[in-house]
Design a protein around this ligand. Structure first.
Ligand SMILES: Cc1cc2nc3c(=O)[nH]c(=O)nc-3n(C[C@H](O)[C@H](O)[C@H](O)COP(=O)(O)OP(=O)(O)OC[C@H]3O[C@@H](n4cnc5c(N)ncnc54)[C@H](O)[C@@H]3O)c2cc1C
Length: 488
């Protein structure tokens, strides 16, 4: 199909489309605006882009053909997986100059080796399907997050996703044994071989992990699998301060190497979820200022993690480190605890607009940061309410500053959020932290990355971008601008 004559689309894009229609099957080229529309806005509905063409290749050879043609016609490409980015990372530019390169059709599991503990999955394999596939061969892929039903492998690798099991297994970076990717000139980087040792200089796999689609397209990844969970204990704990929470985490870690999750939330977050989920119940009776969800697992069916959790909690209660605690009596109750934790983002969203910050500081500094940063925000922005929740054991919390009651959303997002976020990010940097712990930079934090980073970091990022993508065609407007004066 030739580009419609009455379409005033950018000529390069029209020629690119005509070229692709000669070499790809029709199914790979989507021009119907209704089919493209859902992929033009980000999950938080903060960024709206435009694209007249969405390309859906079926295999790596087709991706290479697309990338080569894009280089020839000078067309920018926006790699996209499940579009669950929290930072507008996969939303195309609003001027319609780019095409979306969707990896969603590439959903083959190329290999599953239980003995080697490895899976090779194409970029479009959804995380929940990867979990099921691993379980099918008696193994587990130990990374999970709220978007597991929509986020696929390519996006998870490209954002170096974290989630709720990082404490024990690390981020995606630690679980990727190899990467296959098409580089901006169309060349194939075949790094899938799961080498334990490989010292051939710069590590291209690790350069591509977390690159947010700015250095090429990930088409497949070799992923590490671990033994399945034979037994787990999930407990809910009420306590007085984040300091107490960290002390409790250290006790658990001294007692077990299998602490998978240790999530901290304030009373306000629990209240927001209980108001949001009509059928949810507070796990403990005590009305404490802070709450912890802890999970310990074991791959030995004879193990009894609940007994260990009970022992640690009994001692903590005796020492007045905690105020109340309960251990889930069934899988259903454990799931109910987790449902509370995983509903916090949605529940808080329902309470009104907020400035969200996915930040990290050194683990030991986090309790103090949570208390002092919240107090500093409340003092600096009267009427707003700041609090953090999340992965205490990773030194990573989602630090939200909620708008004052009755705030106009347009004014809030347009004028106030940048000021609030700059204030929070300055506190984070002063504490030796990072303005993006797990969600990436995307378009939301690009200016803040440039503002808060050292010349050494920004110089190196820009040099890498220019070297691998000299035409600057990959995911324009995201992560890093090569122009030092551009800090939008
Ligand atoms: C409810 C919810 C909960 C979440 N919880 C967490 C969490 O706990 N931890 C966490 O880390 N994240 C979390 N996220 C964020 C998000 O799910 C992850 O960042 C996920 O990895 C993004 O995958 P995706 O394919 O949907 O990415 P997309 O939104 O499609 O893309 C994200 C970025 O990756 C690039 N990209 C996508 N696919 C490719 C590819 N094949 N090759 C090259 N670049 C590519 C895009 O260009 C973009 O820059 C959550 C999101 C939601 C909606």
């Amino acid at each position: 199909m030739n580009w419609p004559q009455d379409n005033d689309m950018i000529p390069a894009l029209a020629r690119f489309h005509d070229h692709l229609s000669g070499i790809l099957p029709p199914r790979a080229l989507v021009t119907d605006p209704e089919l493209i529309a859902p992929w033009l806005v980000d999950w938080r509905r903060r960024y709206h882009g435009h694209a007249d063409l969405m390309i859906e290749p079926a295999d790596t050879a087709q991706v290479q053909a697309v990338v080569r043609a894009a280089a020839t016609y000078g067309v920018p490409l926006v790699p996209q997986g499940g579009n669950s980015s929290m930072v507008g990372g996969a939303t195309p530019p609003a001027d319609g100059s780019a095409a979306i390169l969707s990896l969603r059709r590439m959903k083959r599991m190329r290999a599953l080796d239980a003995d080697a503990g490895l899976a090779v999955a194409e970029a479009g394999v959804i995380l929940a399907d990867l979990h099921d596939a691993a379980l099918y061969v008696g193994r587990r892929f130990p990374l999970t997050l709220g978007a597991r039903g929509s986020a696929p492998v390519g996006g998870l690798v490209s954002t170096n996703a974290g989630g709720t099991q990082v404490l024990r297994f690390g981020t995606m970076r630690g679980l990727v044994a190899g990467v296959e990717a098409v580089l901006p000139d169309g060349a194939l980087h075949d790094g899938l071989s799961p080498l334990k040792k490989d010292n051939r200089g710069y590590d291209l796999n690790h350069l591509l992990i977390g690159a947010e689609g700015t250095l090429g397209v990930i088409t497949a990844a070799a992923l590490r699998l671990v033994p399945t969970v034979a037994a787990r204990a999930v407990a809910w704990v009420a306590l007085g301060t984040p300091d107490d929470a960290l002390a409790l985490l250290r006790r658990f870690q001294a007692a077990s190497e299998a602490v998978e999750s240790f999530e901290l939330l304030p009373r306000e977050s629990l209240a927001a979820v209980l108001a949001y989920l009509p059928d949810a119940r507070a796990p403990v009776a005590a009305d404490a200022p802070w709450h912890v969800l802890v999970e310990i697992t074991d791959d030995d069916p004879a193990a009894n993690p609940a007994a260990l959790v009970e022992r640690v909690l009994a001692a903590a209660l005796h020492d007045a480190l905690i105020r109340d605690a309960t251990i889930a009596a069934s899988e259903a109750q454990a799931d109910a605890f987790w449902r509370i934790r995983e509903s916090i983002s949605d529940a808080e969203r329902a309470t009104g607009p907020a400035a969200q910050h996915d930040i990290s500081v050194p683990v030991e500094a986090m309790p103090r940061f949570m208390v002092e940063a919240a107090a500093a925000c409340d003092a600096r922005f009267p009427g707003m309410r700041a609090s953090g929740f999340g992965h205490l054991g990773d030194g990573n919390v989602h630090f939200h500053v909620r708008a004052a009651r009755g705030a106009d959303p347009a004014y809030w997002y347009g004028e106030q959020v940048p000021v609030v976020s700059a204030f929070v990010h300055d506190l984070v940097i002063a504490a030796g932290g990072s303005i993006s712990a797990e969600h990436g930079i995307g378009q939301m934090k690009r200016g803040e990355l440039a503002r808060t980073s050292s010349p050494a970091r920004m110089g190196a990022l820009r040099a890498i971008k220019r070297a691998l993508d000299p035409q600057l065609l990959f995911n324009p407007g995201k992560l890093v601008s090569v122009d030092p004066s551009d800090v939008r």
